[in-house]
Write a protein of this length. Structure first.
Length: 188
């Protein structure tokens, strides 16, 4: 995604054609982020438009010395988190846990992941509970630390770790079921 500084300047000055051009350039990248978090095309489009409005509104504060892609990604993720909080989905599915015991042994999960294709894994991530999926995405895909996730979602670090562990366990369960089905189909 190559965005010229002249296009950004035009957007700052409120030129509609430039804003539309920026939208077209950013759309595929931002939509992939939104889909990953919402798993719903209509909701993803709605949040993308909210996030893009925030991007346009804050373009004046963009540091031209740094790449724009991480800057717009951060705005979009924050928009998704705010939307998630607004809908209070995480309050329905979140269990607050103060203690957490992390297992280092995930070799079974890693082996199953190696045998699965990206589309299967993407679908399995979509089957996670919303709060666990959000923590999983923030931690593994977007690279945030538990401390940062806890601050973004207004939860404790322990709860963030619990959701990550719950996501791993659910993924392991789904991958194992998938492997068993594949073996049964191959034996027929």
């Amino acid at each position: 995604m190559l965005i010229q500084l002249t296009l950004i300047d035009s957007c700052i000055h409120g030129e509609r054609r430039a804003e539309y051009e920026l939208y077209k350039l950013c759309y595929p990248y931002l939509m992939s982020i939104c889909i990953r978090y919402t798993r719903n095309q209509d909701k993803a489009k709605e949040v993308l438009n909210q996030g893009f409005y925030k991007i346009l509104s804050n373009l004046k504060s963009y540091d031209r010395e740094s790449p724009i892609k991480p800057w717009i990604r951060k705005i979009m993720i924050n928009t998704l988190i705010n939307e998630f909080k607004k809908e209070k989905l995480h309050y329905k599915t979140m269990q607050y846990v103060e203690t957490y015991y992390e297992e280092e042994s995930y070799s079974e999960l890693n082996e199953s992941l190696a045998r699965s294709n990206a589309e299967e894994i993407y679908n399995f991530i979509g089957k996670l509970a919303p709060a666990s999926r959000q923590v999983f995405n923030l931690y593994f895909i977007d690279g945030y630390k538990h401390r940062e996730i806890a601050g973004m979602l207004n939860i404790t670090e322990g709860t963030s770790k619990w959701h990550l562990n719950a996501a791993r366990e659910k993924l392991k369960e789904l991958l194992t079921k998938n492997e068993l089905m594949l073996k049964e189909n191959n034996n027929e």
